[in-house]
Ligand binder design. Sequence first.
Ligand code: SAH
Length: 225
Amino acid sequence: MLLPELSHRARRGRGMTSQRTRDRMVERLASQGIRDARVLEGMAAEPRHLFVDEALAHRAYEDTSLPIGFGQTLSRPLTVARMTELVLQEAPRRVLELGTGSGYQTLILSRLVPALYSVERISALHQRAAKRLKGLDAPARLKAADGSQGWPCAAPFDVILLTACARTLPAALLEQLNDGGVLIAPLETPDGKQWLTRVRRVGRAFEQRRLEAVRFVPLLEGVVE
Ligand code: SAH
C-alpha cells in the first residue's frame, strides 16, 4: 500500500511531514534530554510519517504515541529516542527487538547497530513493517513469532529490547544474552506501575536496575495469524 509511493517525494514529505517538521521534533527531543547525536540525526533523517496510516501522517511528528491498528501503538518519539540511546550505550553488535509494531523503532535501530533482529506476534503488523522496511532498505531481519521465546538460532545477543511491557522476565530471553549483555524492558510492578528496567547478565547472575516510569502496551503470548 505504501511501497509504490516510497519515492523521493514521499520520503521527504510535505507540510506536516516535511524536513522542517522533523527538525522541530528533533529540537524538542534535545530539549527533553536526548543527547546522543546519532539518535537525533537518525530521527531527523527517517520518515516517521510512513509508519502510520496516511490519515494520521500529519500527526506523526507530534509528541505522542499513535494507533497502528490491532490495539497497538507506534511509540512516542521521546520513547523511541530514549530506548535507542540506551541500546547504543552498550555499543552492541547483535540486537534483538521484541515488538516490531509499525517498524519505526526497528528502522532507527537498523541504521545504528551492526546486526538487528526484530520479532512481532501479530502477522499483519509484521507484514506491513516488513514492506516498509524493505522499501527503505533497512537492514533488519524480521519474523512473525512470539517474542518471549527470543530468537534462539540467532542468539546470543548483546542487547534484547522489549517494546511491550512484561510482568515477569521471560527466562528464554535472559538465556539468550551474552555475558555482560542487557535486556532493556518495560516491567510492570505488582502495584500496576511500569518501569523501564535494565537487566545486565554477569555470568549466571542478573543485575536489575530501574530507570524511569513508562507506559507501554502489554507483552502478550502466542501468534496472531
Ligand atoms: N516499537 C513499536 C512498538 C509497537 S507496540 C512501534 O513503535 O511501532 C508493541 C508491539 O509489541 C505490538 O506490535 C505488539 O503486537 C508486540 N508484542 C506484544 N507481545 C509480543 C510478543 N510476545 N512477541 C512479539 N511481539 C509482541
